[in-house]
Design a protein around this ligand. Structure first.
Ligand code: TTP
Ligand code: MN
Ligand code: MN
Ligand code: MN
Length: 373
């Protein structure tokens, strides 16, 4: 006789770039917990463990329903033994002891606070933690030697840790457009990162700048920065020039997710009440300074690489990582923010749009709003 087996209620593909992951989902009570453990693994420089927790969390973000019991986890990919243990504890007890003790731990809290300073990475934060430092102000009190980025990071700590709103991002867009148009006509400026994925707040504002005429974009960044500087709109900037052409190890194989575009990590001085509200009512009760500091990333790409740069700078970080893993492991290809190389055909695959890149990779197109893996 026939045995009828119920098909799984939901099938979830195993690479995040094969799935649709909306911004708002049903399982934040689980994903927040798993992401604390991922973050803590990063603080301990355990990348493998961190990615495992991030992949588990990401699978739960793609589910169209709330996880209520262990049965709901059947047939789901990427859920390792450790993640399953954490999820089980939360489903049964409401919290996970491991997550709660991590959250409360002196190391986690200090690392979170110290890496929360712009310019401070895990390595410096860890060294300072071992020396007994716990808070950003300890860097000042103990007279630590700070580089320019870290000095700006401490100086603007409060502003930079306050979320950037969509409205502020739009105001910054207008400033960037004005700056770019002042030094080069016909340039195309696109909002990237979290805001392109539909987020309502971000930790910074990301822009990609290009020009239809290949080569017209060369030398643009210093001019834009000069203009912004003259207007008194820059509090900090560090530019890295384009190193794509002179790189020896080939364009499609940059180290990790770093690309080689001409780019600038900066801090803008944004006047309050200029967030495009159309009224000035929002300033009436504000007694603080008349401006705030906002982190802004600027990237310039030649038009021939624009589709790859767009895909690479839209994120999320896990989505990007998964795209590269899919390309390498499933397709024998190498994807970067500059190009896509097909190892079998031994040639670069051209693309004029993100849709074409997904097609080259044999993936269904996922729009930015569903790349919130
Ligand atoms: P982020 O600005 O770090 O992240 P985000 O915009 O997704 O989220 P948030 O709201 O916190 O700002 O990075 C945006 C994208 O830029 C991300 O997909 C990865 C990409 N990126 C690079 O390609 N190279 C880099 O060196 C960096 C820092 C980011
Ligand atoms: Mn484990
Ligand atoms: Mn961003
Ligand atoms: Mn950024």
């Amino acid at each position: 006789s026939l045995t009828l087996i119920n098909p799984p209620a939901t099938t979830v593909k195993s690479y995040a770039c094969q799935r649709r992951t909306p911004l708002k989902h049903h399982n934040t009570f689980l994903t927040d917990a798993l992401e604390i453990l991922a973050e803590n693994a990063e603080f301990n420089e355990n990348e493998g463990r961190s990615v495992a927790f991030r992949r588990s969390a990401s699978v739960l973000k793609a589910l169209p329903h709330v996880v209520r019991g262990m049965d709901d986890l059947k047939n789901l990919p990427c859920l390792g033994e450790h993640s399953v243990r954490v999820i089980k504890e939360i489903l049964e007890d409401g919290t996970s002891s491991e997550v709660e003790s991590t959250r409360q731990s002196e190391q986690y809290q200090a690392m979170k606070a110290l890496t929360g300073v712009f310019g401070v990475g895990v390595k410096s934060a860890d060294r300072w933690f071992r020396e007994g430092l716990r808070r950003p102000l300890d860097l000042i009190h103990t007279g630590q030697k700070l580089n320019l980025a870290q000095q700006a990071g401490v100086q603007y700590y409060n502003d930079l840790n306050r979320p950037v709103t969509k409205r502020e991002a739009v105001a910054i867009s207008h400033i960037v457009e004005k700056a770019v148009n002042a030094v080069l006509s016909g340039a195309i400026i696109t909002l990237m990162g979290g805001f392109r994925r539909g987020k309502e707040v971000g930790h910074d504002v990301d822009f990609l700048i290009t020009h239809l005429e290949e080569g017209a974009e060369e030398g643009l960044m210093p001019k834009v920065l000069n203009w912004l500087e003259e207007q008194g709109l820059l509090l900090y900037q560090k530019t890295t020039r384009n190193s794509y052409l002179e790189s020896k190890d080939g364009p499609a194989r940059p180290p990790h997710n770093l690309d080689r575009f001409e780019r600038c990590f900066s801090i803008f001085k944004l006047e309050k009440g200029k967030e495009g509200s159309g009224t000035s009512l929002n300033t009436s009760y504000d007694s603080g300074p008349s401006w705030r500091a906002v982190r802004v990333d600027l990237v310039v790409s030649p038009f021939s690489q624009f589709a790859f740069a767009t895909l690479g700078w839209t994120g999320s970080k896990l989505f990007e990582r998964e795209l590269r893993r899919w390309a390498g492991q499933e397709k024998g290809m190498s994807l970067s923010s500059h190009a896509l190389y097909d190892s079998k055909q031994q040639r670069y695959l051209r693309a004029n749009s993100e849709e074409e890149i997904f097609a080259h990779l044999g993936l269904e197109y996922i729009p930015p709003s569903e790349r919130n893996a």
